[in-house]
Design a protein around this ligand. Sequence first.
Ligand code: LLP
Length: 413
Amino acid sequence: MPATASHLYPHASSVDDGRLSIGGCDAADLAREFGTPLYAVAEDDLRARAREFRAAMGEGEVIFASKAFPCTAVLRVFEEEGLSVDVASGGELALATSAGFSGDRIILHGNAKSARELEAAVDAGARIVVDNFDDIDKLDALGKPANVLIRVTPGVVADTHAAILTGHAGSKFGFSLAQAPLAIERLTNAPWADLHGLHMHIGSQLFDLEPWRLAVEAIATLGDFPAYDLGGGLAVAYTDRRPPSVTEFVGNMVASANELLGTGKRLSIEPGRALTASAGVTLYTVESVKDVDLPDGNVRFVAVDGGMSDNLRPMLYDAPYQADLVDRVGAAGTPCTVVGKHCESGDVLIRETALHEPKPGDVLVTPVTGAYVYAMANNYNGVPRPPVVFCKDGEARLVVRRETFEDLHGRDV
Ligand code: LLP
């Protein structure tokens, strides 16, 4: 009788006699069929989370922060589910357009937008989140009608890794509360600008709801606008620490907005991580197992065929992950350090996780890798980036192919 996998795995996963399935597909079979490293995504999980956010937002708009998982198949799912999309560059804009998003459902961000990026977004009919006075000068010079919001830095400090904090005084993003009135004045008077309202985004992987309320309180001092985009940032569980539910998060956000900004506003939110993180897992093959004796104990290194090229998050943010062997899920294990294949001692995927007698050839899975993992993959040490497979009702469908060695030098001239 299959059992539900732990809370770290996609809803659509199960464990039968220790064997893990994702979206009805046996994980060991996926590794055999598509090779490793492999990003496997439970498509139904993406859809379920999109629906959860939409139901919670009611009339409000749910905007997928595409940077979390920027590939056509993921964007198409969210387009079909009625979400909008946020893009942070010309490249993400091109991806969103080619995935089928119409301009009225695209929002452009960025603290260093080029004149070309701005023009492409305006021509596509996207909304522009104005971040600085240079954005305004560039749009002035362009002179084409544009829908704009103003990004405000509310000056609140949320509890998260410093690298992904954005709403604090001194952030490189947005206008400070002191500068915002001048930006509002300029955009209210610009003949080409249709100023919808204000935008804020205070950081990412946030567990505590209070900073959002403080931020809404701060932007409420800037006047009365028809639209507010309150950003993303809801945390996901990478370990036993559980974040607020989507309903709780959205409920709080909407309640703060109704109370502090007034009712009847056009509200948007921009989740990235909370839409995709737990829909995805990464499969690796164990290549070597090495025991190192130290004065204060033994370290068992379990080295896999990927690492910092397919998941930079442990290195960049000390992000915690857990792992299982796909055919021995739930078996009692001993502490292991999961390392990658790259030529750096810092290439550690997991400092400590319990694995049951790992050996070369085993398939190892790290759950909760559906956000900012594919997105930040790279080719360090000439390692081709992994493919993405969608799993649904027992069927696996390749949606991004594996990079080849030819791809690695395909741009060399
Ligand atoms: N809106 C804006 C303007 C953003 O900058 C971001 C994320 C989001 C929305 C979505 O935030 P989320 O709901 O995903 O927390 N690479 C880092 C995360 C960087 C987040 C950047 N901005 C990581 O791997 O943790």
